[in-house]
Design a protein around this ligand. Structure first.
Ligand code: ZN
Ligand code: ZN
Ligand code: FE
Length: 763
């Protein structure tokens, strides 16, 4: 039969994920000759056979791909027939390859089957992996992505592993971290004095120690965790004391889905997330009654669960009856510990024992956090398992421009725009911390090297004191390239537009951004904004009332300050005193040094006005006497307030607040409710309804003057499930298209993405 030739070009996440062996298998199945190779643009296939064979081949390619691969685009064109004896995988010429770094991936079902099979040579081996799973970004040091450039370079493959590595028919063909018990990393147990602790089976012994109530430091894929028995109240409270972490909820690892059902409730979307290759922490509604220690998540109605994502975790969990606390091992405000020595030093006063291994962690990667908002899942922290998978630059943008966007100060990520891709880094966190900032600089260098990236323009936040902004200025000087300053809330909106792939010339959307704070172009503090925005310009159309931040920075940590400032603004302190002096919360407030506060307000000393939605939540939380004095982690007041509101099933309407000129109607209604002893849960609920209702009324007023049919809801406050639900109900009724962040966080973790798009659009 006559032979035809076909040239097939495939773009997407197709390198380093077992795509060529996948093609090789299909080609052999279809009896084709030819070759497959990686090149600078993706995967290229030359295939020869008769017409029906080639058709079948293309169909198979389109039907599915390896677990970690993603086909974005496939193109075929005819090719003159060439003589090949066979179908082969061609070694790539590294100089032409731009390898995308693939996220680390949870253990695949095939590897799991091997480690529990006593006849398999990888039986109980905690570092088993293959092309479909295992470490990636966490071990990579440089380009090209092969074993020599990873922390696996220290381990020489044994003949059996080498054979798998070289065999295109094998699941471990070119799996860079491939290893077995003979040649690969080893696990051991030691005590807090760095002494090896004898154990015939390390993970069985570790499980025994956990069951006895000890606290263990466990080295994972992207960092160390601290672990203890989650049902043992004494162990959990000891961990909290030693870690100096009084209230912030602790993450949990369960053996399997079945085990989670004893403690929390999950839907299909949440189940899918738990078992995905990213294996994130999923925030789930807790069951009414469960046997976890009360201090796992004090006052919380949600529990953060994840499933074992490495063979090490899996084998450990198999020995346990109860879920484990598995919280990032770090000193307060520092990033997660990743090195053995560092762990021995920093964690010696927290952990009783250490589960160590000798595969170095090159790049720190926290666990991802996701939550379901009733209709979709949304990512709250994007790190191990998700970063740095790129998204495509939307249509209309200059694909040749290389942009580096520095991100925000808190929940920092950075973003590279190159060759039509937007690559957002893993979450690195609060840049005020020296180690987090070191990570940030190191990772910019690494990503730049891996992507052969040199910036044409650098995008920064307008806040001059943000460390990423300062570093951006330094880099811009080094590279002699321009800086593009991007307003914080405009960046929030552009990030959502980019996530949804809105083209560059898309008409302006209305962005409603509710967050803690961000600087305006005039240096004002914003945080409750209505902007009409496209990718180039964001124009402020409205905002929530600007209330003094009593004591500047201090107002971020002490909710009562915001309560006082709000009451003074909305009602006046004399009036509050006259009508509500007997309210316990007002008495509590009177106990603070209000004389000083009054003077500060009078003399305008350290009381910058801020239209911050975050501080409004703080004030209302303080009024209901939840975290009145001090918050112990960012967003605590808002989280507790949402939870309080979710505790009542009684229906209620909003307070009588129509306009955003000031919050008087809200506070008058709220104080009156307190006076009448209304259930705080109901007050919290009314507050959420009020915010949603006043937002929608504002939208209606704006729509009379401006044209928009799409509304983006973003900023950290829009991680609040109840607020999303209420706002959605109002706005969808009016026929607007709502865009809510899903793949990237609503919080400042997505700022870099928005900055990159805006800088790209403006250049
Ligand atoms: Zn695997
Ligand atoms: Zn081996
Ligand atoms: Fe923000």
């Amino acid at each position: 039969m006559a032979k035809d030739g076909l040239l097939i070009r495939i773009n997407g996440l197709v390198q380093g994920v077992g795509f060529r062996p996948h093609v090789w298998h299909i080609a052999h199945g279809c009896d084709l000759t030819g070759e497959v190779l990686n090149d600078g643009e993706g995967v290229l296939i030359r295939a020869f056979g008769n017409t029906s064979q080639l058709e079948e081949f293309c169909q198979c390619l389109q039907r599915g791909c390896p677990p970690l691969a993603r086909i974005d685009h496939m193109e075929t064109s005819p090719l003159p027939v060439e003589e090949f004896d066979d179908f082969n995988i061609v070694q790539s010429d590294h100089s032409t390859i731009k390898t995308n770094i693939v996220p680390d991936a949870a253990m695949c079902p095939e590897c799991r089957a091997e480690i529990i099979d006593p006849t398999n040579r990888r039986y109980r081996y905690p570092f088993t992996n293959c092309t479909h799973c295992g470490p990636r970004l966490s071990i990579i040091k440089g380009l090209p992505y092969d074993r020599a450039q990873t922390t696996m370079a220290a381990f020489k493959m044994c003949p059996e592993c080498q054979k798998e590595y070289e065999d295109p028919a094998d699941r471990r063909f070119h799996a860079q971290p491939n290893a077995c018990a003979t040649c690969g990393p080893k696990v051991w147990l030691e005590d807090k004095n760095k002494q090896k602790y004898p154990a015939s089976d390390v993970l069985k012994e570790a499980a025994r120690l956990l069951k006895e109530g000890h606290i263990l430091a466990i080295k994972g894929i992207g960092g160390f965790h601290l672990a203890c028995d989650a049902c043992n109240q004494e162990a959990v409270s000891t961990l909290r004391q030693r870690k100096k972490r009084p209230a912030k909820p602790l993450a949990l690892m369960a053996k399997d889905l079945e085990q989670i059902t004893h403690f929390a409730i999950f839907n299909v979307r949440e189940e899918k997330a738990l078992t995905s290759s990213a294996a994130p922490i999923v925030l789930l509604p807790a069951k009414e009654k469960h046997t976890l220690a009360p201090s796992v998540a004090p006052d919380q109605k949600t529990l953060g669960f994840m499933l074992p994502y490495t063979p090490l975790h899996y084998l450990l969990m198999q020995e346990l009856e109860a879920p484990l606390i598995l919280t990032s091992a770090n000193l307060s405000h520092e990033p997660q510990v990743i090195h053995n020595q560092e762990a021995q030093g920093k964690l010696a006063h927290i952990a009783d024992f250490f589960v160590m291994h000798d595969r170095d962690i090159e790049n720190r990667l926290d666990d991802c956090v996701v939550r379901d908002n009733g209709q979709t899942l949304h990512v709250m922290r994007r790190a191990r398992g998700m970063a740095p998978a790129p998204i495509a630059v939307p249509d209309g943008f200059n694909r040749d421009l290389q942009v580096l966007a520095m991100g925000a100060e808190l929940k920092n990520t950075f973003c590279l725009a190159k060759d039509g891709q937007l690559i957002v880094s893993q979450h690195m966190g609060d840049q005020e911390n020296v180690l987090a900032h070191q990570d940030f600089r190191k990772n910019i260098d690494l990503y730049s090297a891996l992507h052969e990236f040199t910036p044409d323009v650098i995008a920064c936040d307008l806040h001059p004191d943000f460390l990423p902004t300062k570093w951006g200025q330094q880099l811009a000087a080094d590279h002699d390239v321009p800086i593009e300053g991007v307003q914080h809330h405009h960046a929030h909106i552009a990030a959502v537009m980019g996530e949804y792939g809105l083209p560059k010339d898309h008409p302006p959307v209305l962005g409603i951004v509710l967050d803690g704070l961000g600087l305006s172009e005039d240096g004002d503090i914003w945080g409750g904004e209505f902007l009409r925005a496209d990718y180039t310009i964001g124009t402020r159309l409205a905002h929530i009332p600007a209330i003094p931040l009593l004591g500047g920075e201090q107002a971020m940590r002490q909710p009562w300050r915001n309560l006082y400032a709000h009451l003074v603004d909305a009602i006046g302190w004399d009036q509050v005193n006259t009508s509500y002096a007997d309210l316990p919360v007002i008495q509590k407030l009177t106990g603070k040094n209000l004389r000083l506060c009054e003077q500060m307000l009078e003399k305008k000393l350290n009381v910058p006005p801020a239209s911050s939605a975050g501080r409004l939540f703080d004030a209302v939380a303080a009024a209901l006497d939840i975290c009145f004095d001090q918050i112990s982690y960012e967003g605590e007041a808002a989280i507790l307030l949402e939870q309080l509101a979710e505790q009542t099933s009684l229906s209620c309407g909003p307070y009588n607040q129509t306009y955003l000129t000031d919050w008087s109607p809200l506070w008058a209604g709220l104080l009156e409710d307190l006076h009448k002893n209304v259930d705080p849960c109901l007050i919290a609920r009314k507050f959420h309804k009020t915010l949603a209702s006043v937002i929608s009324q504002q939208v209606n007023r704006l729509s009379a003057k401006h044209e928009f049919d799409t509304i983006a809801l973003c900023g950290g406050v829009f991680q609040n499930r109840l607020l999303i639900k209420e706002t959605r109900a109002y706005l969808e009724k009016e026929g607007y298209t709502l865009l809510l962040p899903q793949k990237f966080p609503a919080n400042d973790g997505a700022i870099s993405l928005g900055q990159a798009l805006i800088a790209c659009a403006r250049s």
